[in-house]
Design a protein around this ligand. Structure first.
Ligand code: SAM
Length: 315
């Protein structure tokens, strides 16, 4: 991932102080701040669950290829690189699993999921009080999510995610979110039906901060695992160096192959997506590999949003 150094970060908003986080200020006539209408799918008048975050590498447009390659009926569904969880939400809409375990190494992300599951109305109340402005964005961005309550940290993540440049989540070397302000006119920073539907769908879900390997011992025959790891970049690109340093370089990719083979031996259904490059073709030889066409959803450069070939690997 490319890193934008944002050294020229504006000063904190002069009016920013912790009460902005804790005390909702009603902005619109209905108190919904910058919300504009509701347009998501519904069932019986209720919104169906879908992602409440935008995420680099989000799998929405690959769903038609992924969903048929997972079992019709799943005991426990595991998604160990959950990100915004596009596949989880799709399976939840179809009621395909009895139970789910969602995990990711990103603690801030899992904190946000837990807050949506356990305290969605408090998250909504906070978001409703936050305005959309550049100065507010940078003041909120400057706050340390680990020093905030889970509800505050979740609202912060959602607000920044919907108002930051290209909906990216990216942290610098010190682990601080460093995406610059995005130039959206009227971003939808609060979508109550989506958050409430997500909360209902997460009610019985286990949410863990974990390395992908640590959740797999619990998987049994009848369960299913979908892996969407950080992709191996096209070799020779600038992002390759960043990728090698990201903590998910070749050793981690090889660890993942061993995990797949172990699940195969244990009779657990597993599906994995990755880029279609020489390294992945070498790694997955011997496993069932299919080539599919995908469109990169988030890229700061429009010319890099064209179709790319990806691999779906199943055991
Ligand atoms: C490509 S994204 C997943 C995108 C997701 N499928 C979606 O639809 O939004 C990869 C995720 O893997 C997580 N991650 C990176 N290394 C990890 C590791 N060793 N164990 C678990 N999660 C990891 C990142 O935090 C990131 O959320």
């Amino acid at each position: 991932m490319t890193t934008v150094d944002h050294a020229n970060q504006p000063e904190l908003h002069p009016e920013f102080h912790p009460e902005h986080i804790l005390t909702p200020v009603l902005l619109g006539v209905d108190g919904q701040g910058s919300v504009q209408g509701v347009d998501q799918e519904t069932e019986g008048g209720r919104a169906l669950p879908r992602a409440f975050l935008k995420w680099a590498g989000g799998k929405s447009q690959l769903l038609p290829k992924i969903l048929p390659r997972l079992p019709k009926r799943i005991g426990t569904y595991f998604e160990p690189f959950v990100g915004s969880g596009a596949v989880f939400w799709a399976l939840a809409r179809e009621g395909r699993f009895d139970h789910a375990v969602l995990s990711d190494r990103n603690a801030e992300l899992i904190t946000s999921y837990r807050a949506i599951r356990d305290d969605v109305e408090d998250v909504i109340a906070l978001l409703a009080g936050w305005s959309h402005s550049e100065s507010f964005y940078y003041a909120l961005r400057a706050r340390d999510p680990e020093a905030m309550s889970p509800v505050e940290a979740a609202a912060r993540m959602i607000h920044l995610n919907h108002t930051g440049f290209n909906g990216l989540y990216r942290v610098n070397k010190s682990g601080l979110f460093n995406v610059p302000f995005g130039r959206y006119k009227r971003p939808r920073t609060l979508n109550k039906p989506v958050l409430r539907a997500a909360s209902r769908a997460l009610r019985t879900v286990d949410l863990l901060v974990a390395d992908f390997e640590d959740v797999l011992p619990a998987a049994r025959p009848g369960d299913a695992v979908y892996f969407d790891p950080p992709y191996v970049p096209m070799s020779g690109t600038a992002s390759f160096t960043a990728y090698e340093k990201s903590g998910f370089g070749e050793p981690a990719q090889r660890r993942l192959v061993l995990a797949l083979e172990d699940l195969q031996r244990r009779g657990v259904h597993a599906l994995l997506s990755n880029s279609d490059v020489p390294l992945t073709r070498e790694l997955y030889q011997g496993l069932r590999c299919e080539k599919v066409q995908a469109r990169r959803a988030i890229n700061s450069r429009a010319d890099k949003r064209g179709p790319v070939s990806e691999l779906l690997v199943s055991v």
